[in-house]
Design a protein around this ligand. Structure first.
Ligand code: PLP
Length: 454
């Protein structure tokens, strides 16, 4: 090796000379350390100074089976020596064919067609365009709008951001965006005192019905994050909402787009969140965990009737038009196939049930904490809502950045916790054990004590 210094400090200094990071006010790095990671093993990340961090957020919700997973790495190495990439128009390859077959096999019934893209936002763009274009091909060009839920997040490209309602990401770019029709989220945390999650869902379905009565003629689709609105603060809702949404979409002639980019692949306790409501959407968007967290890839699954709305003589001009250079990348497809193989070979969901129960037991005492307004959990996603005033559920002023204190405490104590504002959450890779969950919870509890002090 050459003798370039590779300490944390040396790498961070070089990074900050040229690299611009996502979701970051770069000025923060004058006081918040930038952490250079040199390798990963299991749920752990190792920095250039040899310090270890337990990845409590699965590296932005992507990792399922650990970093540098040996099975996925071996499949990738073999694929890299065979076929790294090929144009996906006019040409195809077995990894994409097998992956489409596997996705159709494991997805909710009725989803028979698979369109690949290369990240979550792109999958949302595809679903929005495909829904609009499907209606257009059927002679309903007047349908040009989308219904989204308050507090939703579907990505940050302009189309995906258009149907998102997280102010932090949306506000600045609002002049550039389409205007969605916002339906109130069935978020149980925002329910009235004493209202059960099922009651909130029923009430919100009534409000959605009223919106559709007025707008269905101009609406292509309703897009939702099933069971958990993740980036919006890990807000959770009752599965009844999804069942009712399916019925309303059928009644009013609009599509149901399920964005399972974050919640798919076992996060909520079932392989797909929609299963818990026994429904199939018209479009299912997948990414993040799709490759086990190794490579960018996304897929939009849809139904045979949607596919048939595009299938015609070339001259009819009905073909779907959306293409990315790296569509169906063979390496990414191989990583996804190996990820699905792990689900087949190992009792992943069953093991996760035990881990989720342990996490729930460990978080239970936080309910009594004077600055915790809510502890909620759906499968392998758990969240703790920090507030200034528990009785009134009044948040801390955002400028105080209490959650950032938890992040900094985590870094200093070997845990990657990256709160969403003041929502401290746990979304670990499925390969953690109970001791590692204990480490995450203990670190978070100590971090919370520091965050709420003064
Ligand atoms: C992360 C996310 C996206 C966007 O995916 P990217 O790959 O980051 O573009 C879309 N929808 C949901 C629900 C997400 O959590």
């Amino acid at each position: 090796m050459d003798d370039t210094p590779r300490s944390n400090a040396a790498l961070a200094a070089r990074d900050l000379r040229h690299v611009w990071h996502p979701c970051t006010q770069m000025h923060d790095h004058e006081r918040v350390p930038l952490v250079p990671i040199v390798r990963g093993e299991g749920a752990w990340l190792v920095d250039a100074d040899g310090r270890r961090y337990l990845d409590g957020i699965s590296s932005w919700w992507t990792n399922l089976f650990g970093h540098a997973n040996p099975r996925i790495a071996a499949a990738l190495a073999e694929q890299a020596r065979t076929l790294e990439h090929v144009i996906f128009a006019g040409f195809t390859h077995e990894p994409a064919i097998r992956l489409a077959e596997e996705l159709v096999r494991v997805a909710p019934p009725g989803l028979a067609r698979v369109f690949f893209a290369d990240n979550g936002s792109a999958a949302v763009e595809v679903a929005l365009k495909m829904s609009f274009h499907c209606w257009l091909n059927r002679g309903h060009g007047e349908k040009t709008r989308f219904v989204a839920l308050t507090g939703s997040y579907h990505g940050e490209t302009l189309g995906a951001l258009s149907v998102s309602d997280v102010a932090l990401y949306r506000r600045t770019y609002a002049p550039l965006l389409l205007t969605p029709i916002l339906a109130p989220s069935p978020d149980a945390y925002e329910g009235a005192p004493g209202e059960t999650p099922a009651q909130v869902a029923a009430r919100r379905l009534g409000e959605l019905r009223a919106l559709l009565e007025r707008h269905a003629h101009e609406v292509c689709a309703v897009i939702v994050e099933p069971l958990v609105q993740c980036a919006g603060g890990m807000r959770m809702h009752h599965p009844d909402y999804l069942a009712g949404l399916r019925r309303l979409c059928d009644e009013f002639g609009v599509h149901f787009i399920a964005d399972e980019i974050a919640v798919g692949f076992g996060r909520t306790g079932t392989l797909f969140a929609c299963e818990q409501a026994g429904v199939s959407p018209d479009f299912l968007c997948l990414s993040k965990g799709l490759t086990g967290g190794t490579l960018p890839l996304s897929a939009v699954l849809t139904t045979e009737p949607v596919y048939q709305a595009f299938y015609a003589e070339y001259s009819a001009g009905k073909a779907f038009l959306h293409s990315h250079s790296y569509t169906g990348n063979p390496l990414a497809c191989r990583a996804a196939l190996e990820t699905l193989a792990i689900f087949r070979d190992e009792p992943v969901l069953e093991r996760n049930r035990g881990l989720a129960a342990h996490l729930a037991r460990r978080l239970e005492p936080l309910r009594a904490h004077p600055h915790v307004a809510d502890v909620r959990q759906t499968g392998m996603i758990a969240a703790v809502e920090l507030v200034a005033d528990k009785a009134a559920r009044r948040p801390f002023p955002a400028a105080e950045r209490r959650g950032l204190r938890v992040y900094l405490h985590g870094l200093a104590h070997g845990a990657l916790l990256r709160p969403l504002g003041d929502v401290i959450y746990f979304m670990p890779p499925y390969v953690v054990d109970e001791g590692e969950l204990d480490h995450l919870v203990d670190t978070a509890v100590a971090g919370i004590a520091r965050a709420v002090a003064g």
